[in-house]
Design a binder for this molecule. Structure first.
Ligand code: ADP
Ligand code: MG
Length: 254
């Protein structure tokens, strides 16, 4: 029979090979517990494998969150859902189950500044990450600049491929900054490339009727809207500005 010290010595490289660091750290302690509590062999195996699996899930979510660039504080916990009309609340509930990503559907959030568009799409993003989905958050402006740089360096295809690894791309504030034709062209390329291949969540202060300001010519505007809308859910967020309301509340309290 193998001695305890022999087992320990031989297991170490096996844990490394199998990449099970959690079991490596906990198996002795859990074995002591198992002996003192008279677990079955199966119960012991279940315990150490569950610990490994739980740690992996947590680590994966931490990694996804870091890669997503989502603002950490904009979660559902910090979002007051009661400010939303019932229909919107129901839509949010549906979105947080994540199945729209499997259908490659888009989410388009419209509304005046301060209505909570950015916070809400980020909060949904956090929920999706908790389910193990890959999310990337970018302001539209930043995304366009990165696309342009990639194009200049003849790396556009590669950059688009990298973006296609995400289940959902959150593009925040389309149309907030007036962009040049060249800037809009790369954005259009991205929308076209992602069409029916991956979801986009987009926020904008501008309704479709004003998108010609963004995409410059009517044809590109129509084509962009068409691709985004084809499989999509629209969140109408024409609510009073949260900031304004919070400021007013504070004033009346003073
Ligand atoms: P928008 O993107 O529509 O301009 P934001 O999402 O940036 O609006 O919201 C403006 C500010 O108000 C942010 O600080 C946000 O966290 C807060 N806010 C908006 N709506 C809510 C809400 N329902 N609950 C809590 N905070 C909110
Ligand atoms: Mg915003």
């Amino acid at each position: 029979m193998l001695t305890q010290s022999k087992i320990k010595e031989e297991l170490k490289p096996v844990f490394k090979q199998l990449r099970t660091p959690t079991i490596m750290h906990c198996y002795e302690e859990e074995a002591n517990r198992a002996r003192s509590e008279s677990w079955t062999y199966e119960a012991y195996l279940h315990q150490v494998l569950s610990l490994e699996s739980e740690t992996r899930t947590t680590n994966r979510i931490v990694g996804l969150l870091k890669a997503s660039r989502l603002p950490l504080e904009k979660t559902l916990d910090t979002f007051d859902l009661n400010r939303l009309p019932l229909k919107l609340r129901q839509q949010v509930k549906v979105l947080t189950d994540g199945s729209f990503l499997d259908r490659r559907e888009n989410v388009l959030a419209f509304g005046n500044p301060g209505s909570g568009k950015t916070h809400l799409v980020c909060a949904i993003g956090h929920e999706l990450i908790n389910q193990g989905r890959k999310v990337l958050f970018k302001s539209c402006n930043m995304l366009v600049q990165e696309l342009l740089i990639a194009k200049r360096d003849l790396l556009l295809k590669k950059f688009l491929k990298r973006l296609s690894a995400y289940d959902v791309l959150i593009i925040d504030d389309l149309g907030y900054v007036q962009q040049s034709r060249e800037e809009m062209e790369v954005l259009f390329t991205l929308l076209a490339q992602r069409y029916e291949r991956g979801s986009i969540m987009l926020t904008s202060n501008l309704p479709f009727s004003k998108w010609e300001q963004i995409f410059k010519d009517p044809m590109t505007t129509a084509a962009a809207i068409d691709r985004l809308v084809h499989h999509s859910l629209i969140l109408e967020m024409n609510l009073k500005s949260y900031r304004l309301e919070a400021a007013k509340k504070q004033k009346t309290q003073e």
